[in-house]
Design a protein around this ligand. Structure first.
Ligand SMILES: Cc1cc2nc3c(=O)[nH]c(=O)nc-3n(C[C@H](O)[C@H](O)[C@H](O)COP(=O)(O)OP(=O)(O)OC[C@H]3O[C@@H](n4cnc5c(N)ncnc54)[C@H](O)[C@@H]3O)c2cc1C
Length: 407
């Protein structure tokens, strides 16, 4: 039996932030009888798991739902180590889930942001061509965007450089529906909705093992911070939104079905005054391993550059590059569109790790979001390879899961 190991720093936090006893569930000591019975278990308290748990507690208030997160806080992994960009959905193959869910997610997210106090800014993105060849690529991108119903328009290099004087550009494709948001406030909002709608959230609690229940549903072996082991019976459904670790959990039921690669992306903070007012992206890379070393602004108008793409073996290794060579490669990438960037003002800031279905140099891979019916696991939903644009798509992913459940 594979025992999934959770590498979580042990801290003195309660097993359950919202004790399950309070929600009226049965809570036994460790016996062969499950310690806890619920209808739905969502594994993973990143933005995707939170969106799914919010959808479940809203649409199915008569069912019991618990979200289980191995870390002591929600959203500590990929969901808080990204660019916080609300993408428009124009980069990916037309018929992919990434395109469909990003476009829907973008619209759903703005509709939500408009009626809440979550900080956001529909700041717009400039994708910059440096040559006629790149311009041609952006023309194709623009045509695709139009066919998808996503607004884009061109400005010529001269006009672009008068509007953003630090920029070097042959032409610019503008995506006015791209923006930025405070992802932490967004996750706080989802957490509060889950609680208000009657759901439970267990922190510092790791799902280690999953098996089919004899009477239906799934038995989950769960370990808390004090190494206490309990068994949870998810009577109806399990949603595996475990991000970088999701393949291990699905493979526990379906051995060797999924493989994930880890691609770390580093960010540099830019601590110099700048007049830049838009998100600036270079022409995208060929296999879409990443969108190129771009310039992002945060809600405080602070500039950061990144992320690059570096395949790593360890999904827990967020170490930052210290070598000057790494920084100079970044500087060269940035100088292609901001020639006067000052290398001395660039400081390594943070890193995030993409859960990737495509290995180095391999072609595009779509999100995998499915109920594992074909393998005989009805009611078990796998979400694998939820890299960018997963933050933008989160609400649409939850909607998509809702549709899968209804069908
Ligand atoms: C460098 C980078 C930049 C990005 N930029 C953007 C962007 O600008 N816009 C955008 O839309 N997207 C972006 N993304 C993608 C986006 O961040 C992710 O798609 C999204 O955060 C994925 O959320 P998630 O909930 O699936 O995963 P996660 O945030 O990784 O959450 C999974 C959770 O599951 C928990 N977990 C794992 N195993 C277990 C277990 N056994 N038991 C209990 N809990 C478990 C983990 O602790 C974790 O908290 C970026 C990603 C990266 C890496």
């Amino acid at each position: 039996m594979l025992l999934l190991k959770c590498f979580v720093p042990r801290a003195s936090f309660p097993l359950l932030r919202y004790p399950l006893q309070d929600a009226g569930h049965r809570f036994f000591s460790m016996t062969r009888t499950p310690d806890l019975e619920v209808d739905n278990v969502v594994i993973g308290g990143g933005v995707v798991g939170l969106a799914i748990a919010e959808m479940l507690t809203r649409n199915r208030p008569q069912e019991t739902t618990i979200l289980v997160e191995k870390n002591k806080r929600l959203g500590e992994e990929t969901s808080s180590r990204n660019s916080e960009v609300i993408h428009a959905g124009i980069y990916y193959p037309k018929d992919s889930l990434k395109t469909q869910l990003c476009i829907q997610g973008n619209r759903q997210l703005y509709a939500l942001l408009e009626k809440t106090t979550i900080p956001y800014n529909k700041i717009g993105k400039w994708v910059v061509a440096q040559s006629p060849e790149q311009h041609e690529y952006l023309q194709q991108l623009s045509a695709k965007a139009t066919s998808l119903g996503v607004e884009t328009y061109f400005i010529d290099g001269e006009k672009a450089m008068s509007m953003e004087p630090e920029l070097k550009a042959y032409s610019v494709l503008v995506s006015p529906t791209t923006g930025i948001l405070d992802s932490h406030s967004f996750m706080d909002y989802l957490e509060q909705k889950i609680i208000d709608q009657g759901g439970d959230i267990a922190l510092n609690t790791c799902i280690q093992h999953i098996r089919r229940g004899d009477n239906g549903g799934y038995y989950l072996k769960v370990e808390d911070e004090s190494n206490n082991k309990i068994t949870v019976w998810a009577q109806q459904r399990v949603f595996n939104a475990a991000g970088l670790h999701a393949h291990h959990l699905s493979n526990d039921l379906m051995p060797n079905k999924y493989k994930l690669y880890y691609a770390r992306g580093h960010y540099y903070a830019y601590n110099a005054p700048s007049s830049i007012r838009h998100l600036i992206y270079p022409c995208p890379e060929k296999n879409l391993a990443g969108l190129g070393t771009h310039l992002t602004l945060d809600m405080a108008n602070k500039i950061k550059f990144g992320p690059d793409v570096q395949y790593v073996d360890n999904p827990f290794d967020y170490s930052l590059p210290l070598e000057n060579d790494h920084k100079m490669a970044f500087v060269r990438a940035i100088q292609s569109y901001l020639p006067n960037v000052n290398p001395d003002k660039l400081q390594p800031d943070y890193a995030g790790i993409r859960p990737k279905l495509a290995g180095p140099g391999e072609p595009f891979q779509d999100f995998i979001i499915k109920e594992e019916k074909e393998d005989g696991f009805d009611g078990f939903y796998s979400l694998i390879g939820i890299e960018s644009p997963g933050l933008t798509s989160s609400l649409a992913i939850a909607n998509y899961i809702h549709q899968l459940m209804e069908n």
